[in-house]
Unconditional design. Structure first.
Length: 203
């Protein structure tokens, strides 16, 4: 266990991934926050203290900066290694996401969703003016509607390649682009004909 002293207070760090802290009863003081407030003022709500060099043991005031909670999260996300990103992703998929799904399907979760719907339904269903991004038509619809019709929605997504993915032809092995909802497995009419012929021979 490592320790550092500032203003006659001894702060401890149990491992390299934790902040230095001083605990009295049920109260815990984080050293980097204490140092910043000692030289400045009380940390405003919604803000956090960031270690500029990423080293949690370097609690010099020159290594500390005040940033918004969102900016702090972005900074640390950019500093993650590939292994750390993989660990967080796996932890989310293995632990957090299944528990969240279980809660949302529970009686408590369903009750919460009903409550949120009752609270926001007037806003969700109000009629406002929109301009369809595909055809330019002006129309009235609910707040979060974007297109004037499903046909325009599909046309817009096709035009902008939103659903375009790479696939490999099962006949010739060529890589081609297709819409992910078509589930195409051949690259051309010729290969599609060969594939149909091969399937009939196998059947």
């Amino acid at each position: 266990m490592k320790h550092q002293t500032f203003n006659n207070i001894r702060f401890y760090q149990t491992n390299d991934n934790e902040y230095f802290r001083h605990t009295v009863g049920n109260s815990t003081i984080l050293m980097h926050r204490y140092v910043w407030e000692f030289y400045n003022c009380k940390i405003p709500k919604g803000y956090e203290v960031h270690h500029i060099d990423g080293d949690k043991s370097n609690n010099s005031i020159y290594n500390l900066m005040l940033v918004s909670a969102h900016a702090h999260h972005v900074m640390h996300s950019e500093m993650l290694t590939d292994d750390e990103r993989d660990w967080r992703r796996n932890n989310l998929n293995t632990n957090a996401r299944p528990k969240a799904i279980e809660w949302h399907k529970s009686d408590e979760g369903r009750a919460w969703h009903r409550e949120q719907y009752e609270r926001t339904k007037d806003v969700l269903h109000q009629q406002v003016e929109h301009e369809c991004p595909n055809c330019g038509k002006i129309f009235m619809s609910e707040l979060y509607t974007k297109y004037c019709s499903n046909a325009c929605k599909s046309a817009y997504r096709r035009k902008n390649g939103v659903d375009t993915v790479e696939a490999t032809c099962v006949v010739c092995g060529r890589v081609f682009m297709t819409n992910k909802y078509r589930k195409s497995n051949t690259c051309s009419r010729e290969c599609r004909g060969k594939y149909s012929w091969l399937k009939r021979r196998c059947d």
